[in-house]
Ligand binder design. Structure first.
Ligand SMILES: Nc1ncnc2c1ncn2[C@@H]1O[C@H](COP(=O)(O)OP(=O)(O)OP(=O)(O)O)[C@@H](O)[C@H]1O
Length: 640
C-alpha cells in the first residue's frame, strides 16, 4: 500500500507538534533537559551526515569542532563581554575556518588516513584546552557563562529554551534537506559515489570537499554554541572523544546519509540511555546491545522511517529507495530494452538519411585538438611515448591498438585525470594539459569511461543534470535558498538533461535511481551525461564494451547523429567493425607509440599495424604484396 505524499506531510506535522508538546504537558526539567540536549546533538551530528554520509569524507572528530564552537562562544562572552548574538556568529566563523583548513587537508589526505586525522582532532583539542588553562580554565573549564533566557516560555532554563532549540534544529534540518536535492547536494553525492567521474563531469571536487567540511564545522559550531548558551558551563570532558563516537553512532543509527534519520538517531542515542537508567549498571550494555540489533536487522537504520515520511521533500532516488526495494533487471526487461534500442537506432538512421538528402553533413573544419609529443610514465612504465596527432572539427577519430598500447592513458591525459609527463595537449590553440579535470570539462571536453561509472544513489535525471554548465558555478547559499537565478539555472539544466535523455532514447527512465539500471541503460545514461553540455569534443573509452545486439546498433547511430550535428568525437574501441563503420579516420597506437593513422582502408593495409596486432607473425601469415584485407570481414587479423 502506498501512502500519499499529503498523508506523509500530515504525519510529519503531527510528529513535530508532538515534539513541541512536552513543556506544555508539564514534563519535568530533567526530561526537558535531555530533549534539549538531543536537539543540540542533532544539529552537531548533522555535520557528520553532511561530510560523511553525503560527501563520503569520514569525520571522527565532530566533538572537537563542537568544542571549538563552544569555547569560542564562551570566551567571547566572558572575556570580551560580547552578547550571545555576536558571540555565536563569531564562533561559527572561527569553527568554519578550522573546517576550511580540514577541507584543504583532505585534498592531500584521503580515505582512512583522513578519518584517523579527524580522530586526532579530539586529542589535539583536549591537549590544547587542558594546557592553555590561562585562557580556557584548563580541566575546570569555563564557568558562569550567561545562559539564554526567554522568560515568557517558562520558569526554568530548560523550559525556556525547549521551543527555541527545537525550532532552530527543525529549520537547520529543513535547510539541509533542501540543499540535498539541489545542485550542491548533487555534487556532494557525486563525489561520494565516484569522485573521478564527478571531476570529469565538471565537479570541482576541491571546492565541494572544502565546503562540505565548512558546513560540517558550522553544524558543530552551532551545536557547541547552543550547548554553552543552555548550560552556562563547559569543560574539556563535554567535547571528548566519547562524544564524537556518540555522534557517529547517531548518524549510523539514523542510516548513513539520511538527514531525517540523523535527527531520530540523535533522539535515540541521547534519550534511550536515560530511559534505561532504571536497570542501573547494565544500562549502557543494554543500549549497546540494542544498537547492534538495530544495525543488524535494519542496516539503513532509522533512515527507513525518516526518508519515508520526508519523501515529499527528497529527490526521486531517495524517495523511491524509501518506498520500494531496488528493482532487479530481468530477462524480459532485456528483450524490451533490445527492441527499444533497435527502434531508436532506426529512428536516428531515418533522420540522418533525411538530413543527408536535404543538406550534406558539415565538412571537417580545421584542428580542434592537437596532441604534441605527449609522453606519460608510470614509474618505470612508459605508457605513452612522444605521441602526436590531431582531431579535426566535426570528425569521429578512432583510436585503436592492442591491449596495453596506451589508449586509455591518452583519454585520461586529455580529460585531465592523468596529466602527461611531457609534451602538450591543445584545444583550439589553448593548452589544456595540466588543467584539473573540471576545467577541461568546462573548456568543452566530455568523456565516458571504459567501465560504466554512473552515480548509483542518484536518479538518471540527476546524473545528467550535474554535467550541465548552467548549475556548475551556483554556490551553496544561492541554490539552497532558491534564489531566482538558481532556480532558473536548475530549470535550464533539467530541460537540457531531459533532451539528452530523449536523444539516447531513455527519457522514460529519468526518475529511476541509476542503481536500478541494466548495464546497457547505464551506458546510455553516461552518453547523455557526456553530451548534455554540448561538448566540443566527446571522448569515448570503449563505449561498446559489454553492449550487444540492438544497443550496439543504437550506439553507432547515436554517435553518427552527434557527428552530423557538429560534435567532434574521439573514440577508443576494440570492436574494429564498429570503428570502421563509425570513424572518419583512425590513429593506431602500439606499446605507447603512434604507428599509423589515416582512413580505415589505409590503416588496414599498413603491415606495421597488422604486425602489431599479430605480434610479429604477419610475414609468415601473409605475403608482402597481398591486397588490403577486408576490414569488416572475419578474415582480417585486426578485426578478430
Ligand atoms: N595507473 C597506472 N599505473 C601503472 N601503469 C599503468 C597505469 N595505467 C596504465 N598503465 C600501464 O600503461 C600501459 C598502457 O595502459 P592503457 O590502459 O592505457 O592501455 P590500453 O591501450 O587502454 O589497454 P586496454 O585496451 O587493455 O584497455 C600499460 O602497460 C599499463 O599497464
Amino acid at each position: 500500500m502506498t501512502v500519499s505524499m499529503t498523508a506523509r506531510k500530515v504525519l510529519l506535522a503531527v510528529f513535530l507538534i508532538a515534539l513541541a508538546l512536552p513543556p506544555f504537558l508539564g514534563a519535568n526539567s530533567y526530561v526537558l533537559q535531555v530533549l534539549n540536549l538531543s536537539f543540540i546533538y542533532a544539529i552537531a551530528a548533522l555535520g557528520i551526515t553532511i561530510a560523511t554520509g553525503i560527501t563520503g569524507l569520514i569525520v571522527l572528530g565532530q566533538a572537537a569542532l563542537m568544542g571549538v564552537g563552544g569555547y569560542s562562544t564562551g570566551l567571547t562572552m566572558t572575556v570580551l563581554g560580547w552578547p550571545w548574538w555576536l558571540a555565536m556568529p563569531a564562533a561559527i566563523v572561527i569553527t568554519g575556518l578550522a573546517g576550511a583548513g580540514l577541507g584543504l587537508l583532505s585534498m592531500r589526505i584521503k580515505g582512512h588516513y583522513l578519518a584517523i586525522t579527524t580522530l586526532a582532532l579530539n586529542e589535539i583539542f583536549r591537549v590544547v584546552v587542558l594546557n592553555e588553562s590561562w585562557l580556557t580554565g584548563g580541566p575546570f573549564g569555563l564557568r558562569d557563562i550567561p545562559v539564554l533566557r526567554v522568560p515568557m516560555l517558562g520558569t526554568t532554563v530548560s523550559q525556556q529554551l525547549y521551543l527555541p532549540l527545537l525550532i532552530i534544529a527543525v529549520l537547520i534540518y529543513a535547510l539541509a534537506i533542501r540543499m540535498y536535492g539541489t545542485t550542491f547536494g548533487r555534487r556532494m553525492r557525486a563525489i561520494r559515489d565516484d569522485d573521478l567521474a564527478a571531476e570529469t563531469m565538471g565537479v570541482n571536487s576541491r571546492r565541494v570537499r572544502v565546503l562540505a567540511f565548512v558546513l560540517c564545522s558550522i553544524a558543530g559550531a552551532i551545536g557547541g554554541s547552543l550547548y554553552v548558551l543552555t548550560f552556562g558551563f563547559i569543560s574539556p570532558n563535554n567535547f571528548a572523544l566519547f562524544e564524537s563516537i556518540r555522534m557517529v553512532l547517531m548518524v549510523v543509527i539514523g542510516g548513513l546519509g539520511s538527514i531525517g534519520g540523523t535527527f531520530l538517531g540523535a533522539l535515540v542515542v541521547t534519550g534511550l540511555p536515560e530511559m534505561l537508567r532504571g536497570i542501573e549498571t547494565y544500562y549502557l550494555a543494554a543500549f549497546g546491545l540494542g544498537t547492534v540489533v538495530i544495525l543488524l536487522t535494519v542496516p539503513r537504520g532509522m533512515g527507513v522511517i525518516a526518508d519515508w515520511v520526508l519523501a515529499p521533500w527528497l529527490p526521486e532516488a531517495r524517495k523511491s529507495q524509501a518506498d520500494q526495494p531496488v528493482k532487479q533487471f530481468k530477462a524480459e526487461d532485456q528483450e524490451a530494452e533490445d527492441a527499444r534500442a533497435v527502434a531508436v537506432a532506426e529512428r536516428l538512421r531515418a533522420e540522418r538519411e533525411a538530413r543527408a538528402k536535404s543538406a550534406p553533413a558539415p565538412e571537417a573544419r580545421g584542428t580542434l585538438l592537437s596532441v604534441e609529443n605527449a609522453s606519460k610514465k608510470f614509474g618505470g612504465v612508459v605508457a605513452l611515448k612522444d605521441v602526436s596527432f590531431t582531431v579535426q572539427q566535426g570528425e569521429i577519430l578512432g583510436l585503436i591498438g592492442p591491449n596495453g598500447s596506451g589508449k586509455s592513458t591518452m583519454i585520461n591525459a586529455i580529460s585531465g585525470i592523468a596529466p602527461i609527463t611531457s609534451g602538450r595537449i591543445m584545444l583550439e590553440g589553448k593548452e589544456i594539459s595540466g588543467q584539473p579535470a573540471w576545467n577541461v570539462h568546462a573548456a568543452g571536453i566530455s568523456r565516458i569511461f571504459q567501465n560504466v561509472r554512473v552515480w548509483g544513489s542518484m536518479t538518471v535525471l540527476e546524473n545528467v543534470m550535474i554535467a550541465h554548465p548552467a548549475t556548475r558555478d551556483l554556490d551553496v547559499l544561492r541554490s539552497t535558498f532558491g534564489a531566482r537565478s538558481a532556480n532558473a539555472a536548475e530549470d535550464e539544466a533539467r530541460v537540457a538533461a531531459l533532451e539528452a535523455l530523449s536523444l539516447v532514447g531513455i527519457r522514460h527512465l529519468a526518475d529511476r535511481p541509476a542503481s536500478d539500471l541494466s548495464f546497457g541503460q547505464s551506458r546510455l545514461v553516461e552518453i547523455a551525461r557526456g553530451i548534455v553540455n554540448k561538448p566540443r569534443l566527446l571522448l569515448l573509452d570503449e563505449p561498446g564494451a559489454g553492449l550487444r545486439g540492438g544497443l550496439i546498433l543504437e550506439l553507432a547511430e547515436i554517435l553518427k547523429d552527434l557527428r552530423d550535428k557538429g560534435m567532434t568525437i574521439l573514440v577508443v574501441e576494440h570492436r574494429i567493425k564498429l570503428v570502421v563503420e563509425m570513424c572518419d579516420r583512425i590513429t593506431v597506437l602500439n606499446l605507447g607509440e603512434k604507428i599509423a593513422e589515416g582512413s580505415a582502408e589505409s590503416v588496414a593495409r599498413d603491415p606495421v599495424v597488422v604486425d602489431a596486432y599479430l605480434g610479429g607473425k604477419v610475414e609468415r601469415r601473409r605475403p608482402a604484396k597481398t591486397p588490403a584485407p577486408d576490414m569488416t570481414g572475419p578474415a582480417n587479423p585486426i578485426t578478430n
